[in-house]
Design a protein around this ligand. Sequence first.
Ligand code: NDP
Length: 486
Amino acid sequence: MEGGQSTELGTVHTASNGAPIGDNQNSMTAGPRGPTLLQDFTLIDKLAAFDREEIPERIVHAKGAAAHGVFEVTNDLTKYTKASFLNTIGKKTPVFLRFSTVGGERGSADTERDPRGFAIKFYTEEGNYDMVGNNTPVFFIRDAIKFPEFIHTQKRCPVSGLKDANMAWDFWTKHTESLHQVMVLFSNRGTPDGYRRMNGYSSHAFKWVNEDGEAFYVQYHFKTDQGVKNFTAEEAHKMKSDNPDYATQDLFEHIDKGDFPSWTFKVQIMPEADAEKYKWNVLDITKVWPHEDYPLIEVGKLTLNRNPKNYFAETEQSAFSPSHLVPGIEPTNDKMLQGRLFSYPDTHRHRLGPNYHTIPINCPYRVQTRDYFLAGIHADEHEGTAKIPYQGKFNDAPKECPEHETKKFAVEGEAGRYDQSEHPNSDFEQPAALFNKVMDEFEQESLVQNLAGHIGSCREEIQIAALEAWALVDDKLSERIKAAIK
Ligand code: NDP
């Protein structure tokens, strides 16, 4: 176009309105040494955009790394779920997987002792399905009402602005349901060697529903095909200064050179009727389901094969929620899950705005969405996010799908606040099994040293409480920690 820039689009530097910029090096001033003019849109456009580059950091899982990939079904589990992305062997679904640490800020070191987030977005033909898990099969607390206080103990002390072991152990010793997860955290699994070499777990039980309306409880396990590999505390500590972005770089560079990491997706399945009779509450996230009783069944393979093109647009703006479900996968009464169903979309609305789901990385682009969300900040209409026009023609409204409505489930009893701890030993049996039956001598000794290092930095009364708490799991473990502190 004569006189315009269109013929050279791609080579011309433009302002945010697309107009060509004449001079990007010198602000417009009144005379060569005079003050800057308010009319200098080139300058103000740039500074205003720069001033707004930061969005609120995630309160947890702030530091992350992510990649695109594909999930392929390798086993027929249609007798357990009608989820369409799982219904045919060989079926492939695009995915985006974000790994993260939990307690640290966006600039914190990747090798901090922390659980790791393991959040997958499956872009299915029935909408997006998010599996928002961790690299640990259990969690610290079983009721979301404790979550804010718990997380505050993992972050910086509001008085000193410092991380504070006293806060953490004060909480863990008063809420002994956390000891199972604390044991995993202070094993060398709390410092994995990058993101490629760790497993992912749903931690929660979900409900799968098949075409006949039968429901099953299910736990997810994503087993790394690279093999589990962890840093010792010393190695992790050294890496914090050698390369604080170690895990991010390791993931990016392996994918970049075509060495694609993969995970084998397996599930444990429990018929609904078993749950009532089982020795533990199977919807308690502080407990696992023993493999002996519920063996792993393969579902498929997840491979990461493409790095994001823009870290902020994709990794930072990606927004996962355990409430992003598809037909055939439903929530359970797990009290921690019930809180997360609300809290995750709520944090995304705060961080990214009410239309966070239309940002390309979050958009369910494989379906044509037909919703009544009309406006709000960043309202958008592009492929996959069509709005239903209000024309008063309700006969033309898109049809509801009763066959995809959540399966009805029974509730009973009086509404109230119920303590869900079970018999006195129930918080301690599984960590005791992990310590005595699963860990070898090297892992046990690493755990003892890692715990002693952290507990040993606490005030004396907190140390005593921590040793008493570990004695509830195993007297010998408590004695070994005490000796190591000395
Ligand atoms: P199993 O012997 O069948 O399973 C033990 C599992 O523990 C292993 O398969 C491995 O799972 C995992 N594991 C190995 N080393 C560690 C470690 N240092 N930290 C955390 N997990 C580790 O026994 P059970 O199923 O009866 O479980 C016994 C204990 O093992 C549980 O109380 C729990 O603490 C732990 N565990 C159990 C899991 C389960 O789903 N049943 C899953 C993970 C841990 P993986 O290959 O998945 O890493």
